[in-house]
Design a protein around this ligand. Structure first.
Ligand code: ZN
Length: 415
């Protein structure tokens, strides 16, 4: 077997340390999309790319493409990517490891003097986290056309600032068109964001597919009234309907927990949200996930029944205002096989898994790009939290897997 390539772990650590100084918050990061901190990080990423003579392009939604040219520029590139933005209480690795790890892959190929047939690119996707404009995976979903660019520009943050204006303000409203690139492959390395790898003392998760993920928004509709004089039996409190539902949603998740089913309510908007008035409108977001499609349908049937019961009990009505799904498009079998072939040369401590969180990789997969993901462990599975941390020794094997996968893919014979 040919000698496997290795990334420069120390250099990558200092790259991550520099990133951790931009938007530092407690022991982690607060680098909300299109904020001054996001701009500073983007500028740093672009500066690093230019130092190594990589080409930099920015598209209309602000995704940044860093390209190390191949010997045949006519072939579609092999692409790595993730996100440099964080949540409001974010960690130093979520998303960031995938982008800066991608940069390290390019640098390691330079060090080794390796020219690849296909170009290799690294993408920083705009606003993956959705912590500011209430939509996640903005960059990848807009790129693929799953959402309209003009609609996305109109999204506002809590201060009423528009996403499009903020993109322009920080200087990252680029002119590269969306949806027109061809990708030979897309590879996203990400921390696991769950405790499985850490607890099982494994270093790499080969992500060969995803949970089926569904979400929807329910609008509960009642009537405003005075909270004092209005008799209990004559109330149409939309918040009460949502309240009953929130409890039931969690109960359904608990019922399916043994097979790792998940249900979540994490966002609610109440109107008029005033102490003395019964709320007439409440919008609630419901998310449910399972690896097995039949079980997922069963969970949905129970959620539907729970919604009817909740509304009846609260004397309110409801309607679904938006639905979404992702994770159904499987990952590429050929890329999975390439990972399986490389990984034994790196570590014995690996296993195959299904992804459970939303990632830009799913947007790429649904766009028809051959896609795969690599997970590295994070300590106790803590993430979306400033205490997010990794064991560096156990992170590097995943990066070495990405390096070798990218190199082999980029050098495979042209079809
Ligand atoms: Zn992430």
């Amino acid at each position: 077997m040919a000698e496997l390539l290795k990334v420069d772990a120390d250099r990558l650590w200092s790259t991550l340390a520099a990133s951790a100084k931009i938007g530092t918050h407690k022991t982690g990061l607060r680098r909300l999309a299109l904020s001054d901190e996001d701009k500073a990080m983007r500028d740093q990423f672009v500066a690093w790319a230019r130092q190594s003579d990589y080409a930099v392009k920015v598209d209309k939604i602000g995704n940044i493409y860093v390209r190390r040219e191949g010997s045949d520029p006519s072939l579609p590139p092999v692409v790595m990517g993730s996100h440099l933005d964080t949540t409001i209480e974010g960690g130093r690795f979520d998303g960031i490891l995938g982008v800066l790890g991608g940069l390290e892959v390019l640098r390691s190929l330079d060090d080794a003097g390796i020219e690849t047939k296909r170009a290799i690119e690294v993408i920083d996707f705009t606003d993956e986290e959705g912590s500011r404009f209430s939509m996640s995976m903005v960059g990848s979903l807009t790129y693929t056309g799953a959402t309209e660019l003009e609609d996305v520009y109109e999204l506002t943050d809590k201060d009423g600032k528009k996403l499009g204006d903020e993109l322009e303000r920080i200087g990252y409203k680029g002119d590269e068109p969306l949806g027109e690139r061809t990708f030979d492959a897309f590879i996203e390395l990400h921390i696991e964001q769950a405790p499985e790898l850490d607890e099982e003392n494994l270093d790499i998760g080969l992500i060969v597919g995803s949970y089926n993920i569904r979400g929807y928004r329910v609008m509960f509709e009642g009537e405003t009234a005075h909270i004092g004089p209005t008799p209990m039996d004559r109330r149409h409190n939309a918040l009460t309907g949502a309240g009953y539902m929130i409890g039931k949603v969690n109960d359904i998740g608990l019922k399916y927990a043994a097979t790792n089913g998940k249900t979540t309510c994490a966002k609610i908007d109440v109107w008029p949200n005033i102490y003395g008035i019964l709320p007439s409108e409440v919008e609630l977001t419901i998310d449910y996930r399972h690896a097995d499609m039949e079980t997922l349908a069963q969970m949905k049937a129970e959620l539907d029944a729970a919604l009817v019961e909740s509304c009846t009990r609260a004397q309110v009505t409801s309607r679904i205002t938006k639905t979404w799904k992702f994770g159904d498009d499987g990952f590429d079998p050929e890329l999975c096989d390439m990972m399986r072939a490389i990984v034994p040369g790196i570590t014995e401590r690996h296993k195959e898994m299904l992804g459970q969180a939303g990632h830009d990789a799913y947007s790429m997969a649904s766009f028809g790009v051959p896609t795969v993901m690599i997970f590295t462990p994070c300590i106790d599975g803590i993430t979306h939290n400033t205490a997010e941390d990794v064991d560096w020794e156990r992170t590097i094997p995943g990066l070495n897997l990405m390096l070798n996968l990218v190199e082999q893919r980029a050098n495979r014979p042209a079809p």
